[in-house]
Write a protein that binds this ligand. Structure first.
Ligand code: ZN
Length: 467
């Protein structure tokens, strides 16, 4: 006896069809028209779309940053994600300098266990390959791959905190050429930016807008170009996280046009918010929009959408990293470098990309499924378990109501943060019901699952098999 979802339209990245979908033992057991209702529990999906659960490959729950901690932990963050139609996240464990990657892995598993409401994987942020010419660190990377950590993130920005030098990046890239994992890159030229930041502070410029004005798009493009070049020399793919500008996108597009396995994600904030609209330089309130890379000029937005349409960009993730305005963002009241970097988004990604992408006619419904679910599942070694509605896949299914009207607001959202980046936005299209491994966990905007039911995902290092 299973759960039979009838009368809906089943949408995957490559097609849509009217079909019934049967869930048994947490998996999808059949997708076709006219499945015998037998003794199954029936769910009527008339007028609704069945989408694979969203996969958000870039979140930071319970993350220390600049003397504070991101406001959502794995409980509140994944519960909010589920309500918004996301059934899988990949979060980042951070290796503290001078410690082993396994230490960070254990700490982050500890943060998530008993709290995560949806399935989660972990990337490992590498800050230190050790003092023996990297031998221990590279060995640790292989160790992590065996634990299902199929991707690593390195920083070309934040000198003295997270930034690593090109030699370290190159060694890590070479290691993934052997072990099949994927390097994710925060691509901004940290040394140049840090110099501009120091000069700007010395001129007495401390407002939030200077966070944006000290991080030129060319510093992003330069780092994207450099890391793709290093990946090409190492003979391995690379994935650029939170790409924000046309200049940076041009580098990815040129590499892909040459046939290189360069991949990139962008985020809703870069597609939908801008320097002109949200950071005019008038008040400290603008600290709500301090994240990195920063907000860009509006002219970048159509270029990023165009990149999504033409597959120069493959994924939309959130970089969800919320800090409350009242007691966290305010740490940078007199100095923009002390504003915790990040914004909330995990609950709203599917809503705003559906509304401003599909409803606005910019992307097809199938492409929406691809960039929010299928592509990240593939790239990060979870496909076809995640990212697909087909026999054998996990029954992570959203019943999406394309006509539901929803007003986004901090007053009603489920993220544990006191503001919304999309306050007052009216969107059409929202999750009506959400199943995770066959369990109904969200019904009518309420989380009804057991807290902590989410499972750690051991991801496969695919060595480019997903290209
Ligand atoms: Zn991030």
């Amino acid at each position: 006896m299973g759960t039979l979802i009838q009368n809906g339209t089943v949408v995957n990245a490559d097609d849509r069809k009217r079909a019934d979908l049967l869930i048994e033992d947490g998996k999808i057991s059949e997708v076709r028209a006219g499945i015998d209702p037998a003794s199954h529990t029936i769910v009527d999906a008339t007028g609704l779309l069945l989408l694979p659960g969203g996969v958000d490959a870039h979140t930071h729950m319970d993350m220390p940053f600049g003397g504070t901690i991101s406001a959502d932990d794995f409980l509140t963050g994944t519960r909010a994600a589920a309500i918004g139609g996301t059934t899988t996240i990949v979060d980042f464990a951070i290796q503290a300098r001078g410690t082993r990657m396994r230490d960070a892995f254990d700490i982050w598993r500890g943060k998530a266990e008993g709290k995560a409401c949806i399935d989660y994987g972990l990337h490992m942020i590498v800050t230190d390959l050790g003092s023996d010419a990297g031998k221990q660190g590279l060995h640790d990377m292989d160790d992590m791959v065996r634990e299902g950590v199929a991707s690593f993130k390195l920083f070309m920005a934040y000198p003295n905190v997270l930034m690593v030098d090109d030699g370290t990046i190159f060694k890590a890239l070479q290691q993934t050429a052997k072990n099949g994992a994927l390097i994710c890159m925060h691509a901004e030229n940290g040394s140049v930016i840090d110099t501009i930041v120091q000069q700007t502070l010395a001129e007495g410029k401390t407002a939030p807008i200077y966070h944006a004005l000290t991080r030129p798009t060319i510093a992003e493009a330069e780092a994207v170009n450099r890391c793709i070049a290093m990946a090409e020399i190492a003979g391995t793919p690379v994935y650029i996280v939170h790409l924000s500008s046309e200049d940076a996108l041009n580098q990815v597009r040129e590499a892909r046009d040459r046939g290189l396995p360069a991949f990139a994600e962008t985020c809703p904030q870069y597609l939908l918010l801008s320097l002109e609209d949200h950071m005019p330089g008038k008040s400290f309130e603008e600290a709500k929009y301090v994240f990195t890379p920063p907000l860009r000029e509006k002219k970048n937005q159509p270029k990023l959408w165009d990149g999504l349409v033409h597959d120069h960009l493959q994924v939309v993730s959130t970089d969800h990293c919320p800090f409350c305005f009242a007691d966290q963002k305010v740490l940078g009241k007199d100095d923009f470098t002390k504003i915790p970097n990040g914004g909330p988004g995990v609950e709203n990604r599917m809503q705003v990309i559906y509304h401003h992408g599909v409803n606005a006619g910019k992307i097809t419904l199938e492409r929406f499924v691809e960039i929010t679910s299928t592509a990240p599942a593939r790239i990060f070694g979870m496909y076809p378990k995640k990212g697909l509605l087909a026999k054998g896949s996990d029954a992570d299914v959203i019943l999406w109501d394309p006509n539901a009207e929803h007003v986004i607001s901090a007053a009603t959202h489920n993220m544990r943060v006191d503001y919304s980046m999309f306050e007052g936005w009216r969107v059409n299209g929202n999750a009506r019901m959400v199943f995770s491994r066959g369990e109904l966990i969200v019904d009518g905007g309420r989380y009804i699952g057991v807290e902590g039911r989410g499972q750690y995902l051991r991801r496969e290092a695919r060595g480019g098999a997903w290209q």
